[in-house]
Design a protein around this ligand. Structure first.
Ligand code: ADP
Ligand code: ASP
Ligand code: MG
Length: 443
């Protein structure tokens, strides 16, 4: 009998009621032997995520404001969970140790990781599973770079010793023992690593939506769920901002051909979305697989006559960004133009310097900068080979009054990316959704 790894996200472990659902899901299938948990997320819209509060403790300390008040709010959330689950667990001892470490100057990563640590410990006690800490198993080098093979080896060796275990997501450690976290949402990565290490039959990712939806449900009302999607399509959508699954969570499962199944803790009967290598029998009427996007990019559009004839032009251009350690998100180009798309956050106040440097080193005819831009990707396998897709997309944006500032048809032939103003972001996504997914009359 194969093994399933079930990762439960923040909303699934937000309180005792949610944890009772988790237990019943795990117990309803004996194949679910390894459980990975996030830290408690929001219970209602205005609520706080535990991880955000832990980061807030650190911010307070950095500004010489006591962390006690925020720390008490965190402890109270966990106390309530332990009490409501009726557990006999000495959680106070854990709070004391964490508080001691915080006072002794613990790192931001250590503080942030304690949400997952405590949640895994509580969930293990509640389900009668072993608690297996990821400290010393999920490994990073001293510079904080993730060590994939070493992690796989250590997780494999350790998990062999446990028939059933609960494992905290989000963090691991460096050789010195210092705690290091993945980026936000990183428990998805831990789940994928655990799935690979136990040669799982399926990696289940339990969240608060019934699978991957064609568009973000916070923008589009009741979007269609996607039954099956390929790793490649999902990676495009995750990278572009569909935040259901951390973009780096795909690789470990994919490398071992483990299907990922996105499920809803609040609607466990729904089969959700299955992510596999190749989707056969693609539904012929469905032109697109999904739409995703993010805000806050900036585009530097460089124009120079005969640019394409100038040897090394693009290299020189990219070297400037490399000198500032700024990654390039997209790079659509024409004969005499090149548009460089950067994350505004990563440019971080260096824009004027970069533009000066470009003028000096590239001698362009003109440089235009578009700030406050959003990128929206419309993704679908074989989409670019179908007639009329671009016409439908651009027509819909035109009708909605959205001005397109940039177009990038990816070389993967799987997506069309448009750049629009931040203010038009939601409107543009709704227009694209309606054009491809709306009722026939609406189309
Ligand atoms: P978890 O805490 O379980 O890891 P996340 O908040 O990270 O959950 O991811 C689930 C959320 O992703 C959903 O509640 C939804 O608001 C958001 N989301 C964004 N894009 C999509 C999409 N295309 N399909 C489904 N959910 C989406
Ligand atoms: N708790 C972490 C976060 O909020 C990791 C996760 O939920 O996956 O980012
Ligand atoms: Mg998540």
């Amino acid at each position: 009998m194969g093994v399933k790894v079930a990762k439960f996200g923040g909303s699934s472990v937000a309180d005792a009621i949610q944890l009772a659902k988790v237990k019943s899901i795990v117990e309803s299938d004996p194949q679910r032997k390894y459980v990975v948990v996030s830290a408690p997320g929001k219970r209602f819209h205005e609520d706080n995520k535990i991880t955000d509060l832990l980061y807030l403790c650190k911010t307070h300390l950095d500004h010489n404001i006591g962390h006690e008040q925020v720390f008490q709010v965190i402890c109270d959330r966990f106390r309530a969970i332990v009490f409501n689950l009726g557990l006999n667990l000495d959680i106070e001892k854990e709070f004391e140790e964490i508080d001691r470490n915080i006072r002794a100057g613990a790192s931001e990563d250590y503080i942030a990781s304690r949400g997952e640590y405590l949640t895994a410990m509580i969930t293990a006690a509640y389900m009668g599973f072993d608690f297996v800490d990821t400290k010393g198993l999920v490994t990073f080098d001293e510079r904080g770079r993730f060590l994939d093979e070493e992690t796989d080896k250590r997780l494999r060796e350790e998990l062999k010793k446990h028939d059933k275990a609960v494992i905290p997501g989000f963090y691991g450690s460096k050789p010195s023992g210092e705690i290091k976290t993945f980026s936000r949402g990183g428990s998805d990565i831990t789940g994928s690593l655990v799935a690979r290490a136990v040669d799982a039959e399926t990696y289940e990712n339990w969240t608060d939506v019934s699978g991957f939806l064609v568009a973000d449900p916070r923008i589009v009302n009741d979007p269609r769920p996607i039954e099956k999607i390929s790793y490649m399509e999902l990676r495009e959508l995750s990278y572009m901002g569909a935040s259901v699954l951390h973009e780096d969570a795909i690789y470990p499962a994919r490398a071992s051909d483990i299907p990922i199944n996105i499920r809803n803790t609040n609607e466990p009967e729904h089969l959700g979305t299955t992510i596999i290598a190749e989707v056969e029998n693609h539904d012929a009427d469905k032109v697109i697989t999904g739409i995703a996007g993010s805000k806050d990019f900036l585009v530097i559009a460089i124009y120079k006559n005969m640019m394409s004839a100038e040897v090394g032009f693009i290299r020189r251009c990219l070297t400037i960004l490399e000198d500032y350690s700024i990654p390039v998100e997209h790079l659509p180009s024409g004969i005499d133009t090149i548009s460089i798309v950067l994350s505004r956050k990563k440019v971080n106040g260096k824009l004027d310097e970069i533009i000066e440097e470009m003028k000096r080193r590239l001698q362009p005819d003109s440089i235009d900068v578009y700030e406050d831009m959003s990128l929206i990707a419309t993704v679908g396998r074989g989409m670019s080979k179908r007639q009329g897709v671009s016409a439908t997309l651009f027509g819909a944006l035109y009708k909605a009054g959205v001005n397109i500032r940039m177009i990038d048809q990816g070389s993967s032939e799987m997506n069309i990316i448009v750049g629009v103003k931040n203010d038009d972001f939601e409107k543009a996504i709704r227009a694209i959704y309606d054009a491809f997914e709306g009722t026939p009359e609406k189309k």
